[in-house]
Design a binder for this molecule. Structure first.
Ligand code: PEP
Length: 230
């Protein structure tokens, strides 16, 4: 099981250090933290597995506000999220950009958690599988079933809303994604200590990508324990 915490634009370096002082996870769960860029350095120093929240596809260049895979490697960061729905929806990221980010990060030796998921409107109009197919195939075309690539299924309507996909909905979407690309699939969307165990018990759910509930060491640890077999 892999449990990843996406801190979004929360926790500067000092707050990040305080979090790690109070965090302990079970040994049989792989835990990844995705702090904001400015906190990556202090997070790496803790010895935890640290991913960035995004990464550019070029090694250097005139790309104001972007960070390259090689820069992350130099800092000791082990991977990056790509294609988070907030990047897609608020910052105009396209499937092509997401695919290029994923490929460059993998080529540089990083791990990648590539996020996909449908909006409420797409689900209600019966287009969930169409949307997932387009998003996953763009990533698959660029990167293939790379051993350091993980997909995160995050229905947009479940992110930060308190609405969770039912375990059956998650299972159905995960199985569909695995049929397109044979890689582990994390579930993301309002995962909490109370619903984590049931979601994680689904056959095709290989872990979770957690936003809000990853900000508190106790609640994030409780989710990690729910994913643990020990
Ligand atoms: C996320 O940001 O990836 C996420 C799933 O957020 P939340 O857990 O808060 O819904």
């Amino acid at each position: 099981m892999l449990i990843a915490g996406n801190w979004k634009m929360f926790k500067g370096p000092a707050e990040a250090r305080t979090f790690f002082d109070g965090f302990e996870a079970p040994a049989d769960v792989d835990v990844v933290f995705c702090p904001p860029y400015v906190s990556l350095g202090s997070a790496v120093e803790t010895g935890q597995t640290i991913y960035a929240q995004n990464v550019h596809w070029e090694p250097t260049g005139p790309y104001t506000g972007e960070i390259s895979p090689q820069m992350l490697v130099e800092l000791g960061v082990q991977g990056a999220l790509v294609g988070h729905s907030e990047r897609r929806q608020l910052f105009g990221e396209t499937d092509e950009m997401v695919a290029r980010r994923a490929r460059a990060a993998l080529e540089a030796g990083l791990g990648v958690i590539a996020c996909v998921g449908e909006t409420l409107e797409q689900r209600e109009s019966g287009d969930t599988e169409l949307v997932l197919k387009i998003q996953v195939e763009a990533i698959s075309f660029a990167a293939g079933a790379h051993e350091r690539l993980v997909i995160a299924y995050e229905p947009v309507w479940a992110i930060g809303t308190g609405k969770t996909a039912t375990p059956e909905m998650a299972e159905e979407a995960h199985a569909f994604i695995k049929g397109l690309l044979d890689r582990p699939v994390l579930y993301g969307g309002s995962v909490k200590p109370e619903n984590a165990a049931e979601l994680m018990s689904q056959t095709s759910v290989d872990g979770a990508l957690v936003g809000g509930a990853s900000l508190d060491p106790d609640s994030f640890a409780a989710i990690c324990w729910a994913a643990s077999t020990s």
